[in-house]
Design a binder for this molecule. Structure first.
Ligand code: BEZ
Ligand code: FE
Length: 274
């Protein structure tokens, strides 16, 4: 017996097979197969289809120069994290995780050992230090660490008019042996922006918007692949329910109390050869 739904899927797949670019052809074919498969599997009704269209339209309306609700949707569905995982298979190198929307290029250069917490009165001081290494373990001279984090009130400088621009951000150059050090505040958990359609979807799905406490770092060095990653606080909450599925066990670090009341994190970053 003929199956009209399967016949329609076949017809659309045959149509997109005309794309001259082989990679586009592969992507379109898989997109049609999975999209049709999804609608057929759940028996998507016309009303549900329309609700989906309205939802995606609302997501688009929340996108501008300051806010990218589509990336937030991708993040909360685990797609951004999946793309990072597929692009950077785990191995000896430092695992990659999501970039997030709060990265700002051209952070201020700071001297080794300086603090990115220019204005964070509530912050608990933390020293982060270690070495940037290549695949064979050798230190990578002059590696660059681009670091950013929210302040202790849970807000990034770009979300908080009370913070000076560049607060909780900095670029650090490693020394001749790949050694690096910077100071910051102990990271806190914070909710991702949930006042838009993605927040509605989280609530409808019985989910919270919280991210596990983390420090963002992009590590780069000449002749090596840069890595966009985080350091998570092992004592923080939400490690097993991070709203954007960013946690990797290899990135969860102990924050070690020091006799002077400060806190130390020691971590080596390992880059792949370019
Ligand atoms: C962040 O860690 O900055 C972030 C990542 C994904 C979505 C929202 C925020
Ligand atoms: Fe963050």
């Amino acid at each position: 017996m003929s199956d009209p739904a399967a016949a329609l899927t076949r017809e659309v797949r045959d149509r997109v097979a005309a794309a001259p670019d082989p990679r586009l052809r592969e992507i379109l074919d898989a997109a049609v197969r999975h999209l049709h498969g999804f609608a057929a599997e759940v028996g998507l009704t016309p009303d549900e289809w329309l609700a989906g269209i309205r939802f995606l339209t609302a997501v688009g309306h929340r996108c501008d120069a300051q806010r990218q609700e589509f990336i937030l949707l991708s993040d909360t569905l685990g797609l951004s994290s999946l793309v990072e995982t597929v692009a950077h298979p785990s191995g000896a190198a430092t695992e990659a995780t999501v970039l997030g929307p709060f990265y700002v290029p051209d952070a201020p250069w700071r001297a080794a050992g300086d603090s990115i917490a220019v204005a964070d009165p509530g912050g608990q001081p933390v020293l982060v230090r270690g070495r940037v290494r290549g695949p064979a373990g050798a230190g990578l001279p002059d590696a660059v660490l681009d670091v950013w984090q929210c302040a202790s009130n849970g807000l990034y400088d770009v979300q908080d008019p009370a913070q000076p621009r560049g607060n909780m951000r900095g670029r650090f150059r490693a020394d001749g042996t790949g050694g690096y050090a910077f100071r910051t505040s102990r990271p806190v958990c914070y909710p991702i922006p949930d006042d838009g359609p993605v927040g509605e979807l989280l609530r409808a799905g019985g989910r919270h918007p919280w991210r596990a406490a983390h420090i963002h770092v992009i590590v780069s060095a000449a002749g090596h692949q840069p890595v966009t990653t985080h350091l998570f606080d092992a004592e923080g909450s939400y490690l097993d329910s991070d709203a954007v599925f960013g946690v990797r066990p290899s990135l969860v670090k102990e924050f070690l109390p020091q006799p002077d009341g400060s806190t130390l994190v020691e971590h080596d970053f390992v880059l792949r050869a370019a």
